[in-house]
Design a protein around this ligand. Structure first.
Ligand code: CAA
Length: 292
């Protein structure tokens, strides 16, 4: 039985992208946010992204309207009760995720699969907290969700073959390229990407080269779409710090330890693009490097 009814809990940057790609693939989507304001902000994000796709002539205005019709918004978790699959994309805190899945465990039918879009927490800890550990998986998307082709589909030692296969097929039905990953903190991409980003910050602290030159180096020298500091600002320095803290807690390896400069930027509210300032200042036409 393929997944048709999708629930998305949390409609921030990732949740809105996940809801959009699911609706664009013809799924019936219910998005849950905690407040009226958060619902409106989430709806606005999806509309803006579809308008962008429309302007780039990737979809017609009829398709845009149809996609929006397939998404309904709610503040009530009970509206996710009939979903085949619920994907959470809420705050990166295990307690919050476990509380959410705990409530959904009571509300949803036994067949519903629970998926987490976590970047670095382990899925096993979420599976262990519900009465359906065999139906808990990781489903990790990448930012910007409508563009990035990869989805990591994560199984724990308790995930059933059937739940894994259904989730894998669901990811493929979104037009994504799924890969199978074991449940270790960071899965595949962040296991490799996070140390790279943190190392770039460490080399900046050592004064190896300027921020802009290091960004240019990785774009022109390696063909990366963005240099490491542009990428940090794009992902969000607060997000990267949180991921690094979780991964360091898990592995106790220096390569995952958040560098002091990253902590200082976050303390100053320099989260990156989303706050207008990070390693760069985004208030002008072109990003300009800020003092670090
Ligand atoms: N939403 C929707 N579409 C977007 C978009 C967005 N936010 N940003 C860009 N696009 C689309 C554009 O519409 C455009 O599509 P077409 O070419 O088909 O018209 C395409 O992406 C390219 O966009 P641009 O030409 O405007 O810009 P670009 O060539 O510089 O590409 C980028 C932008 C796709 C973001 C590219 O720079 C890139 O791939 N960067 C790296 C992103 C990355 O590494 N993401 C992973 C982050 S890690 C993560 O997400 C996991 C985690 O757990 C932290």
């Amino acid at each position: 039985m393929s997944v048709q009814k999708v629930g998305v809990a949390g409609c921030g940057l990732m949740g809105s992208g996940i809801a959009e790609v699911a609706a664009r693939a013809g799924k019936d989507v219910v998005v849950r946010e905690v407040s009226k304001e958060a619902v409106e902000a989430g709806r606005g994000r999806i509309e803006a992204s579809l308008t962008r796709a429309l302007k780039r002539e990737k979809i017609s205005s009829e398709e845009r309207d149809e996609v929006l019709e397939r998404i309904s918004f709610t503040q009530d978790l009970a509206d996710l009760a009939d979903r085949d699959l619920v994907i959470e994309a809420i705050i990166e805190e295990l307690e919050a995720k476990n509380e959410l899945f705990g409530t959904l465990d009571e509300l949803c039918g036994p067949e519903t699969i629970f998926a987490s879009n976590t970047s670095s927490l382990t899925i096993t800890e979420m599976a262990a907290a519900v009465n359906r550990p065999d139906r808990v998986v990781g489903l990790h998307f990448f930012n910007p969700v409508p563009v990035m082709k990869l989805v990591e589909v994560v199984r724990t030692i308790a995930t059933s073959e059937e739940a894994f296969d259904r989730t894998f097929a669901f990811a493929r039905s979104l037009g994504k390229e799924p890969i199978a990953a074991k449940d270790n903190s960071g899965f595949v991409v962040n296991l490799l990407l996070v140390p790279y980003m943190l190392d770039a910050i460490r080399q900046l602290e050592r004064g190896v080269a300027s921020m802009r030159d290091m960004d240019t180096a990785m774009v022109l020298g390696c063909g990366y779409p963005m240099g490491p500091f542009t990428l940090c600002d794009f992902v969000g320095n607060d997000t990267t710090l949180r991921i690094a803290e979780i991964m360091f807690e898990e592995y106790r390896e220096e390569r995952y330890a958040p560098p002091p400069l990253l902590k200082r930027l976050v303390a100053m509210g320099r989260y990156g693009r989303k706050s207008g300032k990070g390693f760069y200042d985004y208030s002008g036409d072109e990003p300009t490097p800020l003092p670090v």
